[in-house]
Design a protein around this ligand. Structure first.
Ligand code: ADP
Ligand code: ASP
Ligand code: MG
Length: 440
């Protein structure tokens, strides 16, 4: 059995939903994971924002606008009147439920319930469509099996057991359809796996059922060798090792949610990135093959903050670095890049949260400076250090760009450069020209 996940743009209109139905119809008894239609989760966040602010007119106008988009979609989605009526009933019930929160007080738990409705509506509409086409499509409610534990991580025992019993119960089904993104937390409240988290749902399910493959269907033909939003003429990468994919996803390749790689890697399940609009394209396969030494792709992560702690007296004394890192640990703030020298240490974080407190504490150990609006550009591939030349090629490409920090050797798979935000597009394009286009 395979897990096929379709993102927001893949189910973004009646035409797209019908296309996905045709795609999955011919691919056997699999589990289909769906995101909300594109724009929906953003609209639900906006509705919640109005509700927090007690602006019920703003909330209701946004609800009405979103509802009319769904009603229009349903009007052209089905061939039969009965299907249309059934879908209308389910979707209207969802919107009336959302409207019922337009009162005080509005809590975070209620916001999570509202955010869950997008994926719930996608699954309702798709299941009815597949049934109309003669398939016994079984909706699997994610809220009945997808759960996180106290640490916020997926509770794999619970998920495996509950998903397993649903699959047993509906063993006659031709195909299963389930919601991405949504789950319950450790106390059973409705929660989610964070924005873009449907990819994570797919790999968690893949791990729980030991799937043959996890497929992430989106609007592009696989992981490209550079960010197609900023660089023209990028090409899909045929194959990536799990670690390479994890580095690219973490450092900004939006096609894949960073959390998605781990469950697949641990269970050695191949992940394939495919294009809904071009299903015959090879896409990208992510597996445990290391492959030939080469640079495969580049990605960039925005909103990075660099912190420098300068202290000639302290650095060489043992215990200095551990005190610095303990500070970050106390504030549950992950550090991405690190560079040390005789007189100081520089590191980066990707969140302003607790920055003031962290800087305040670090001042005990040295002189602290902070640079905001930085970007990490990450060059990824099989870059094992005994293969010469890769770091030179990357540095040569960036010769005209001011580089604030470099990190190399943390793994065999990445070289990272910290640069200013305003240099990002130039850096990505320079890397593309030097690393990929000149080699064509
Ligand atoms: P979905 O809604 O299907 O989850 P996303 O918008 O999350 O889709 O991810 C697909 C988008 O990721 C693409 O449209 C593309 O613009 C962007 N993207 C960023 N970096 C890359 C990359 N290296 N390769 C492919 N796509 C990328
Ligand atoms: N619908 C959610 C979002 O927009 C989850 C996802 O699409 O993966 O973030
Ligand atoms: Mg996505």
């Amino acid at each position: 059995m395979k897990v096929l996940k379709f993102g927001g743009t893949s189910v973004g209109s009646a035409e797209r939903i019908r296309h996905v139905a045709s795609l999955v119809q011919s691919r056997g008894k699999n589990i289909i994971v769906l995101s909300a239609m594109s724009g929906t989760t953003n609209a639900l966040v906006e509705i919640s924002d109005y509700l927090y602010k007690k602006n019920y007119t703003g909330a209701k106008e946004t609800i009405n606008l979103l509802e009319s988009k769904y009603l229009k979609t349903i009007a052209s989605l089905y061939d039969y009147h009965e299907s249309r009526e059934k879908a209308l009933k389910e979707i209207k019930a969802c919107f009336n439920y959302i409207r019922s929160f337009a009162r005080e007080p509005f809590t975070q738990a209620e916001e999570k319930i509202i955010l869950a409705q997008g994926e719930i509506m996608s699954v309702a509409m798709m299941s009815i469509l597949l049934n109309e086409r003669g398939l016994n499509a079984e909706p699997l409610p994610a809220l009945d099996y997808m759960k996180t534990g106290e640490n916020g991580e997926p509770d794999f025992n619970y998920i495996t057991m509950h998903l397993g019993s649903l699959l047993d119960k509906y063993c006659d089904a031709d195909i299963y359809v389930t919601q991405g993104f949504i789950c319950r937390n450790s106390v059973g409240e409705i929660d989610n796996l964070e924005r873009g988290g449907s990819d994570y749902t797919a790999s968690i399910i893949g791990a729980a059922i030991d799937a043959d493959e996890v497929q992430i269907w989106t609007d592009i033909d696989g992981m490209h060798n550079n960010d197609p939003r900023f660089v023209e003429g990028t090409d899909p990468v045929g194959q990536l090792h799990y670690e390479e994919a994890a580095e690219l996803a973490y450092f900004g390749a939006k096609i894949l949610h960073p959390t998605c790689v781990l469950p697949a890697k641990v269970n050695n399940i191949p992940v394939r990135l495919l294009n809904t609009m071009q299903p015959e394209a090879h896409g990208t396969i992510i597996d445990s093959e290391i492959g030939m030494p080469c640079i495969k792709a580049v990605a960039a992560k925005d909103n990075v903050i660099a912190i420098k702690i300068k202290s000639s007296r302290m650095l060489m004394a043992y215990g200095f670095l551990s005190k610095v890192f303990e500070t970050f640990e106390r504030y549950k703030t992950p550090v991405d890049m690190v560079a040390t020298s005789e007189v100081g240490v520089s590191l980066t974080v990707d969140s302003e949260r607790h920055l003031i407190e962290i800087v305040d504490e670090l001042k005990k150990f040295g002189t602290v400076t902070v640079d905001r609006d930085m970007v990490i550009v990450c060059v990824v591939g099989n870059l094992e250090w005994t293969n010469t030349g890769f770091e030179t090629q990357a540095l040569e490409a960036l010769r005209d760009i001011p580089v604030r920090m470099i990190s190399y050797g943390g793994s065999n798979y990445n070289i990272s450069f910290l640069i200013r935000r305003e240099d990002k597009i130039a850096a990505l394009n320079r890397l593309s020209d030097c690393l990929f286009k000149n080699k064509k």
